[in-house]
Design a protein around this ligand. Structure first.
Ligand code: ATP
Ligand code: MG
Length: 362
């Protein structure tokens, strides 16, 4: 028998529905490992970090967490944030702490329209729409630069500065990443998104780097679009999109818009990649902790499970990744839908249906 491939995964379910959907993804991956007849398996280690951990320890994760995590092949993440911790503290203390320190500079967020799921877009009916938002994940508007109380004057006169950071190297690597990704797709096109008419420093630098990189990819179609126009394009002409590359904030907003157009935030997958593979990459659903439905067992697990498919790709298990995506499609097509997309199924039912679809697929 060929040697078994073992992949070590650190799971961090964290808060709210994060716990429910990470458990679902784990069930699916373990079922796939079992079905592989020993070809591959996953070794899971779960970490209790998040807002409950904060309530007990005053920090979002263990001080040695990064050293611990470094040894894993990948990180499988849920969602972070709860009412006991200010949002910026929980986000920076856990999720951004990992993405920044592990230099996960490329955030890949596919937008996929699934059969059986009604989109608010009339255009999407029977159309096979899918595109990918590539988000610069290390600098831009989320560089954490700025300060408060800069006026030095009294209450009522506070001044805060929130700066963006754009480096030539940061722009170039994410733009090249987008082009390399475009070359793997049926439609080889890259749309670059900025707001360089209003933001004349960083975003103009981005545009200039884009114009330079374009020359190395003469086979790929390109366009440069302002973010406001791109928001309209997502709604009016989604069939023209393939790879959309944008800065941290713009791509964050566009990917939420994309997943809403596909039917629900609960469907969207995301990979935070360190493309050099010097550090582990992190896979997570795009959605947050969904406090309004947390703890009820009704969260849509598709976003988290589709993120697990991206993790399989990262492990080089490409056929298995496609098989999992096909199983998700078979499941929604058969009407196993959670409430957010108009169905009545709960998290476990959808998860089981995906496991069954995998068992009966070649
Ligand atoms: P964050 O600040 O962490 O992004 P948020 O409040 O902005 O959180 P979400 O927690 O993602 O955003 O929730 C937004 C809406 O989408 C909520 O109504 C929530 O119930 C819904 N939602 C999010 N994830 C899911 C899911 N997996 N299944 C069903 N509904 C979801
Ligand atoms: Mg949000």
């Amino acid at each position: 028998m060929a040697e078994q491939q073992v992949f070590s995964i650190a799971s961090i379910p964290a808060d709210g529905v994060g716990k429910e959907v990470v458990a679902a993804g784990r069930t699916v991956l373990d079922a796939m490992a079992e079905q592989s007849g020993g070809a591959f398996s996953f070794e899971w280690t779960e970490f209790p970090w998040g807002s409950e951990y904060y309530a007990e320890h005053g920090v979002m994760m263990d001080p040695h967490a990064l050293e611990t995590l470094e040894a894993f092949d990948a990180i499988y993440f849920g969602a972070v944030g709860w009412e006991n911790v200010p949002d910026h503290v929980s986000l920076w203390g856990l999720r951004l702490n990992i993405t920044q320190n592990f230099d996960q500079w490329a955030n890949v967020r596919p937008v996929r329209f699934l059969p059986g799921v009604v989109s608010p877009l009339r255009k999407a009916e029977n159309a096979e729409l899918d595109w990918v938002v590539v988000r610069e994940n290390s600098e831009g508007e989320y560089a954490g630069l700025g300060g408060r109380n800069l006026s030095g004057r009294g209450p009522g006169n506070e001044v805060a500065v929130q700066s963006s950071l754009f480096t030539e190297r940061g722009c170039e690597r994410i733009i090249r990443f987008a082009f390399d990704l475009a070359r793997t797709r049926t439609v080889q096109k890259v749309s670059s998104v900025t707001k360089s008419n209003a933001q004349q420093y960083g975003m103009v630098l981005w545009d200039e780097v884009f114009a330079r990189v374009v020359r190395d990819y003469p086979d790929v179609q390109t366009e440069s679009v302002l973010v406001d126009a791109m928001s309209a394009k997502f709604v009016l002409h989604p069939e023209e999109l393939s790879v959309v590359v944008a800065s941290n904030l713009n791509a964050d907003i566009l990917s939420d818009l994309g997943s809403a157009l596909a039917g629900s935030l609960g469907l969207a997958a995301s990979a935070n990649l360190n493309p050099e593979r010097r550090f582990p990459s992190m896979f997570e659903p795009v959605h947050g902790t969904a406090p309004d439905i947390a703890g009820q067992g009704i969260a849509n697990p598709v976003g988290a499970i589709a993120s697990a498919a991206l993790m399989l790709d990262h492990f080089g298990l490409h056929e298995e990744a496609r098989r999992l995506e096909a199983a998700i499609e078979a499941t929604t097509a058969a009407g196993h839908l959670t409430r957010d997309i108009g169905g009545t199924a709960d998290t476990d039912e959808v998860t089981e249906a995906i496991v069954e679809a995998l068992a009966t697929s070649p």
